[in-house]
Design a protein around this ligand. Structure first.
Ligand code: 4GW
Ligand code: MN
Length: 341
């Protein structure tokens, strides 16, 4: 026997009401297909290399670049000329230590006039963190050798003290380093060391800094500029100076408080920078950030083979968010009035 007509119509109406009611309570089931995909930056970051189906065009590029995590990933693992950028976690120190068992490393530093006060903490912290277990020669240049307090130095490490002229102007003290470097990298160092690291003295080593920083030509990202667009780098912009870098050129803003390389490379670098400094002096001008400007100029046309992240150059009190896992080399928060000459 077939069900009666009113019974069938009633059942169909109840069914329709049930289905409509279900979708009203679960609207996402209706609109899923039409919804714009939600962009979850964190998800994209971790997924981006694996999931090729996600096209970068779908993302707001500007938004991505503003997201500091992405900017770091975008610029800081490897440079466009394929030089590694050294961050915590990008190297295995045991493998590298094995490779550098016989490597001889120099650390070049100026401590002239009032800056001699920074030398002891600099050297003591270097003994704790700089190239521990390797052959190290400290090349210290000062105007008062007799005032140097020699710290206890581990076996396999040597402290050389050298007398240097104390220039009147602090800018000249700072720039004299290039002049001194071109002499020593030619005459003394080639027989004594393989690599030379040049550093400011108003710094302390605060965490591991080892052979991972060694390379033919090595420069460090300035902590104040590593997230900046090149237009805002404080390069020398006056064409009259030998340190001039035109807009549109240059990759990073490097800080002169830490750079290095093979002795021969530092010889070439210091020759070029000193030549620029001398040319400027003849014209009675001085680059905006003295030898740092000349260093940046040199590195535009002689790309570093390794770049150190700002872990290797940080300043007290500079906020670092989640970027900086290790502060390896820290600028001392100096009282400028006390150290001014
Ligand atoms: C202002 O009065 C001075 S004095 C600025 C630098 C001075 C200075 C620098 C000095 O009297 N003696 C000296 O040995 N230096 C060396 O140049 C020292 O190695 C120092 O780290 C380096 C660069 O100077 P700085 O550290 O003051 O530069 P910023 O401000 O870039 O850290
Ligand atoms: Mn300094």
């Amino acid at each position: 026997m077939l069900p009666s007509r009113p019974y069938v119509i009633g059942t169909v109406v109840v069914l329709i009401l049930f289905i409509v009611g279900f979708y009203i309570q679960n609207p996402e089931l209706i609109f899923t297909a039409k919804q714009e995909p939600q962009i979850n930056l964190t998800q994209i970051c971790s997924q981006k290399l694996i999931d090729k189906s996600i096209q970068l065009e779908h993302c707001e590029r500007k938004l991505l670049l503003k997201d500091t995590g992405v900017r770091k990933a975008a610029i800081n693992v490897i440079t466009p000329w394929l030089a590694p950028v050294i961050w915590d976690g990008t190297f295995n120190i045991n493998i590298l230590n094995d490779q550098h068992k016989e490597t001889r490393i120099g650390l070049f530093v100026f401590a002239v006039k009032k800056y001699i006060r920074f030398l002891q903490p600099f050297l003591e912290s270097a003994e704790r963190f700089f190239m521990v277990g390797h052959k190290v020669t400290y090349y210290v240049f000062t105007d008062k050798v007799s005032d140097v307090v020699k710290p206890k130095i581990a076996n396999g490490r040597v402290l050389q003290l050298h007398e240097v002229t104390a220039d009147q102007r602090w800018q000249d003290v700072s720039m004299r380093r290039m002049d001194t470097l071109q002499v020593f990298t030619k005459e003394h160092m080639p027989k004594e060391i393989d690599y030379l690291i040049c550093a400011d003295v108003d710094m302390v080593f605060n965490d591991h800094m080892g052979v991972e920083i060694l390379g033919d030509l090595v420069a460090t990202l300035h902590p104040g500029f590593f997230l900046s667009e090149p237009e805002s780098f404080s390069y020398e912009r006056r064409p009259i100076s030998a340190a001039y870098i035109p807009h549109g050129q240059g990759d990073f803003y490097y800080m002169a408080a830490l750079y290095g390389g093979k002795v021969e490379e530092i010889y070439k670098l210091s020759m070029a920078c000193q030549k620029g400094i001398t040319e400027d002096k003849k014209k009675n001008i001085e680059a905006v950030w003295q030898e740092e400007s000349h260093l940046n100029k040199y590195l535009v046309y002689n790309k570093p083979t390794k770049v150190l992240s700002p872990e290797y150059l940080w300043a007290t009190g500079l906020p670092h968010g989640e970027f900086i896992k290790k502060i390896r080399f820290l600028a001392v928060d100096k009282n400028h009035n006390e150290v001014r000459n």
